[in-house]
Design a protein around this ligand. Structure first.
Ligand SMILES: Nc1ncnc2c1ncn2[C@@H]1O[C@H](COP(=O)(O)OP(=O)(O)O)[C@@H](O)[C@H]1O
Ligand SMILES: N[C@@H](CCOP(=O)(O)O)C(=O)O
Length: 301
């Protein structure tokens, strides 16, 4: 089988935005790029040093997702060489695993000419990730609000999001599996009702672009932050400092350990300076939402 080299690009994502736990995701302008070329066996090369310890064989998440997608269509993939560039911090709550899964799905789609509908890509990715928030944002771009129960998948997609984004990234990794282990088995009914009220208002505010309300609701989570925030040095102090400097709001990014801060466009630099001076322990990234989702283009040689 002969095919032309191609490159798959996938945006990072921040998930939850507070009470939108496992549901809300926002694609970010940080990217995983996978250059795919013909080979006699699967190989993976990471150009980014912090990724070089990851497996290069078939238990690699990108290859596993590609093979799972092919299998879902009863097909087998030809082997390929994957060369990877990325500026997504690994295991920091910015959806690196979802971007790898999305990348693998896109590779299978392209290699086998499946022409998969976007929703099917999100369905396979959700099954692999266990929740739809990061994967739907990485595949569709923009902001996604999803419902998934293993049977039904419903997504409301808001393609354009007009905010500035800051991400505080700590130096150490924190695996999503470990962070999910901090969550309780159950929450009280009245806690769930309050959490759901916050999530409802958050979703409506996000869909109508009312970021003042969205920012306040982002900080009303009762589903996960109370159980995770002790793992983040200075969480409450940072949140207050961001508010004092006019940010819309802040939330643990995904399962952490990074923090997501939403700010009015144009105010990010002032907030970045303050955060870099007061909390030098964290790396402060300035970014923005990504309207584009996953893309595959033929590599120009
Ligand atoms: N580009 C990649 N290639 C292969 N595997 C990856 C890639 N990015 C992430 N992963 C896998 O995902 C794991 C991190 O997932 P997770 O703990 O959910 O962190 P994150 O919050 O960044 O998604 C890594 O240990 C690795 O197994
Ligand atoms: N809803 C999930 C999101 C995990 O995101 P990640 O970027 O940390 O993989 C959770 O909060 O566990």
């Amino acid at each position: 089988m002969k095919w032309k080299d191609f490159t798959v690009t996938v945006p990072a994502s921040t998930a939850n935005l507070g009470p939108g736990f496992d549901s809300i995701g926002l694609a970010l302008d940080l990217h995983l790029s996978i250059h795919v070329s013909q080979a006699s066996e699967w190989t993976v090369r990471y150009n980014e040093e912090s990724y070089q310890h990851l497996s290069g064989s078939s238990d690699n998440l990108i290859i596993a997702a590609a093979k799972k997608t092919a299998a879902a269509y009863g097909r087998e993939l030809p082997p390929a060489k994957l060369e990877i560039d990325t500026d997504i911090p690994l295991s920091r709550g910015l959806g690196s695993s979802a971007s790898a899964i999305a990348g693998g799905i896109e590779i299978a789609d392209r290699l086998l000419g499946l022409n998969m509908p976007l929703k099917e890509k999100v369905e396979i990715g959700t099954e692999m990730e266990g929740h739809p928030d990061n994967i739907s944002a990485s595949i569709l771009g923009g902001l996604t609000i999803s419902y998934a129960d293993g049977e039904e998948l419903s997504i409301v997609h808001v393609p354009e999001v007009e905010i500035g984004v800051l991400i505080l990234v700590p130096p150490t990794e924190f695996l999503t599996t470990e962070s999910r282990g901090l969550l309780p088995e159950e929450v009280l009914h009245k806690t769930a009702v309050r959490g759901s009220m916050a999530a409802n208002v958050l979703s409506a505010a996000l869909a109508t672009g009312d970021w003042n309300t969205a920012g306040r609701m982002m900080e009303r989570d009762e589903f996960h932050e109370p159980f995770r925030k002790s793992r983040f040095p200075d969480f409450d102090i940072i949140r207050q400092a961001c508010r004092d400097h006019g940010a819309y709001g802040s939330a643990i990014s995904g399962a952490g350990p990074s923090l997501f801060i939403a700010a009015e466009k144009g105010k990010e630099e002032e907030i970045r300076q303050m955060l870099s001076e007061r909390f030098p322990h964290y790396d402060c990234l300035l970014t923005k939402p990504s309207t584009a989702g996953i893309k595959a283009v033929q590599t120009v040689q």
